[in-house]
Design a protein around this ligand. Sequence first.
Ligand code: FE
Length: 280
Amino acid sequence: MKQIEVKKIVKAINASDGAGVKLKRSIGTPEADYIDPFLMLDEFGSDNKDDYVAGFPPHPHRGIETVTYMLNGQFEHEDSTGSKGKMEPGDVQWMKTGRGIIHSEMPAMTGGKLLGFQLWINMPAKLKKNKPEYLYIKSAELGVHKDSEKTIKIIAGKFEKTEGPQSNHNVEPIYFHIDLNEGKEFKFEVPGGHNSFIYILKGELKIGEKEHDKTTNSDLILLERGNKVCVKANKKTEFLFISGKPIGEPIARGGPFVMNTKAEILEAIQDYNNGTFAKY
Ligand code: FE
């Protein structure tokens, strides 16, 4: 049993995407480019509507999965498969883009607080050619573990007897949203080959046994591989714990497309320009 320690602490950097939505990016940055299988992590949102009203107008994706988790506010989405829906606080949209999708993600609100996360997971070469697929999870369908020390909302994976709705997935993902009371611990066994990280929304944690700098809001904490993670809340803390099995293939990035080679990126751009993209 190897106790998991902190590998690196990365401060999320301010960025903007879509039509100018302000966000904090932690994975997909020079300091944490690709944490196989995770390609990108964005915390989007603001109390100021000017930072988000322009949303993400229609844009393509190929070769990845996007997992959107809304915590505050509403988003409306629409895509080239004809799928349409409104995300409410606590809802999750897990989209496997496969060979191609064109979608829009627009705020369905004109004011107030927006907060959410978008995680990109890579797809292995053999699944990048599949048809797009959705898993739409209403907040009431998440697994919830609750005891006197913590609450864990489970999107994927299993904590004690509680399981999340995403299962039978090739990277065996674990996606927990944890509220941990001051002075309490979160202990969890992780498959030895997985890459894992913690993202702090609010609070401060001590992770593992070794000394490390104090971690605070919007810190991405990359973890070493191992079997057992132990986290203690220095004060009441809200954080994400995310883990997955590496795919181990070369990647080529081209904005919203992530493939194995540069040639496949050029092909995606050509398909998009020729209007043959996302024709099923
Ligand atoms: Fe998108």
